[in-house]
Write a protein that binds this ligand. Structure first.
Ligand SMILES: Cc1cc2nc3c(=O)[nH]c(=O)nc-3n(C[C@H](O)[C@H](O)[C@H](O)COP(=O)(O)OP(=O)(O)OC[C@H]3O[C@@H](n4cnc5c(N)ncnc54)[C@H](O)[C@@H]3O)c2cc1C
Length: 495
């Protein structure tokens, strides 16, 4: 209780924060009533929820600077938020913190067809960049399946990928410069118009930093010419092992397809009735394998890939005959996550990366885990990158099922590390995989992460307790999961 007002501390604190914010922003930009802030209680990882204390929606960068200075002065934790489509809880609020939404910073500042760049504010949707560049026959290559909704600010924070990233690279390969507001309200620019810049490559450090180092207020992205032609092969396999090995065979032959994606039978059966993409629902697995370039390059590559897929055991091969058919083939893959809702009340989307040559082996081990945990799992993923997206299907209303799903997911991530892979491909760590970071990184490596965090955010206010686990947490996790009941590091300090 507050001795003077007799109100609980949380109420007086919220009132103080709202009063202070209203001096900086119009009233409509400060939300704190339950019904207004409820939509912000989670991101795409809806299993975890937390109402924030307050939500601020600045209209300008100048307002955003003042908000950060205020948060620093009031020691108020900040959770940046784009569209909230993240799947690892990165934008999940903190109970005594502020959610800083970039929804109103959504202007495309400039498209430069000569430099082949676009300068955009952080709240611009991924697909809107390509739409703006289309009159110049250019587009922005990284294409998360959520691209209709997710923002470039969120893409930068997560280093997002997509179907076409196998050939064209992740966000980090397609962003040239970011403008960032630091926790002290200073504006810094990382990267630039040239391919290289003197000094440390802080742009690469920043991309993928999950809102922990600063707030992005402007992004310069690289645009590339639309290919003259694109064509996709849909290949069926009668077992997932052959499908997994076919992926390694295509890449091993020296081809880098514009996209190389795999869906197992559970996935194609959940998508097909919904999207009617023309998938072979009897196949144990299907591969979608795209080629783009000049008409000659595409014809040659499609013929080469068809031969390899046939030799790898494909039972059926269809090649898109028009751009309309190509987009229809992809529409099933792009809508796979939402389609999970057709066959299960809840799903938990994992994201781990493994060496391509271990695909078949890992898929079989995930299949065995389905029996162990008593839950189904649909596999739909960026096979060419070895980036898995197992969708664990569960019913949160059935007692214990969510915890089973969590344990299933954790075992998949540990398997990824065991086979030489990593616990995230493109969805980030957030809160979801924070324990798995303890499996992947040594205490010394995690301390190096913290050192970078401290260098940008001395007050530890920017998205705290996300992405990098404390040593203490890892000791706890070791006790629970990794070291079979033995507390390995009982004397570790919290940080
Ligand atoms: C159906 C579906 C399909 C998806 N497919 C893909 C896919 O193919 N590939 C892929 O990579 N991801 C995919 N995702 C995950 C998600 O869309 C991406 O991670 C995306 O980049 C998140 O963008 P967002 O605007 O929604 O960010 P949010 O979810 O709002 O935030 C994500 C993180 O970015 C931080 N952040 C947001 N804006 C800023 C800013 N301006 N400055 C600093 N930090 C900021 C947040 O704090 C948070 O940590 C998918 C999600 C869904 C729901």
């Amino acid at each position: 209780m507050n001795a003077i007002t007799d109100l609980p501390y949380t109420v007086t604190r919220q009132r103080d924060v709202v009063d202070a914010l209203r001096k900086l922003l119009p009233e409509r930009c400060v939300l704190f009533n339950d019904e207004d802030i409820r939509p912000y209680e989670c991101d795409g990882l809806a299993a975890y929820r937390q109402m924030p204390m307050v939500v601020a929606l600045p209209d300008t960068e100048a307002q955003l600077v003042q908000i950060l200075q205020l948060c620093r002065d009031m020691q108020l934790p900040i959770v940046p938020r784009g569209a909230g489509t993240g799947l690892s809880g990165g934008a999940m609020p903190i109970a005594d913190g502020l959610v800083l939404s970039t929804a109103k910073l959504n202007r495309i500042i400039k498209v430069d067809p000569v430099a082949r760049t676009a300068v955009v504010q952080p709240g611009v949707r991924n697909l809107a960049i390509s739409d703006a560049a289309a009159p110049h026959n250019l587009y922005y290559a990284p294409d998360p399946s959520s691209q209709i909704a997710c923002t470039i600010g969120g893409n930068v924070a997560e280093n997002s990928g997509g179907v076409h990233c196998l050939k064209y690279g992740l966000t980090v390969h397609n962003v040239m410069r970011v403008r960032v507001v630091t926790i002290d309200g200073d504006i810094i620019e990382l990267g630039g118009a040239a391919l290289d810049a003197p000094g440390l490559d802080l742009l690469a450090v920043f991309i993928g930093s999950e809102g922990m180092l600063g707030i992005v207020t402007e992004v310069t992205v690289r645009l590339i010419p639309k290919p003259q032609r694109a064509c996709v092969i849909m290949a069926s396999f009668d077992d997932v092992v052959k499908g997994g090995n076919a992926v390694a065979d295509v890449i091993g032959a020296g081809i880098i397809p514009a996209g190389l994606e795999m869906m197992d039978r559970t996935s194609s059966r959940m998508v097909e009735p919904f999207v009617k993409a023309g998938y072979d629902i009897d196949a144990a697995a299907i591969l979608l394998c795209e080629s783009d370039g000049t008409p000659e390059e595409v014809s040659e590559e499609i013929a080469h890939m068809t031969a390899i897929l046939t030799a790898s055991g494909a039972t059926k091969i269809s090649v898109s005959g028009s751009d309309e058919e190509r987009l229809r083939f992809w529409s099933g893959r792009k809508n796979a996550f939402p389609a999970a809702g057709r066959i299960s009340p809840d799903y938990y989307c994992m994201d781990g990366t493994i060496p391509r040559k271990r695909l078949a082996d890992v898929l079989l081990r995930i299949e065995a885990m389905e029996s162990k945990y008593g839950l189904r799992c649909a596999n739909v993923f960026h096979a060419g990158d070895g980036n898995l997206h197992p969708l664990i299907l569960f019913d949160a209303n059935k007692p214990g099922e969510f915890h089973q799903a969590e344990a299933f997911g954790a075992e998949i991530l540990e398997l990824c590390v065991e086979v030489g892979g990593t616990i995230t491909g493109e969805h980030g760590v957030g809160i979801e995989k924070i324990n798995s970071m303890c499996v992947q990184y040594s205490p010394q490596e995690r301390e190096a992460f913290f050192a970078v965090k401290r260098a940008f955010d001395t007050a530890f206010l920017l998205n705290p307790d996300k992405a990098i686990p404390s040593l203490h947490r890892c000791a706890e996790y070791g006790k629970m999961h990794v070291q079979r009941g033995q507390l390995k590091f009982p004397d570790l300090p919290r940080f």
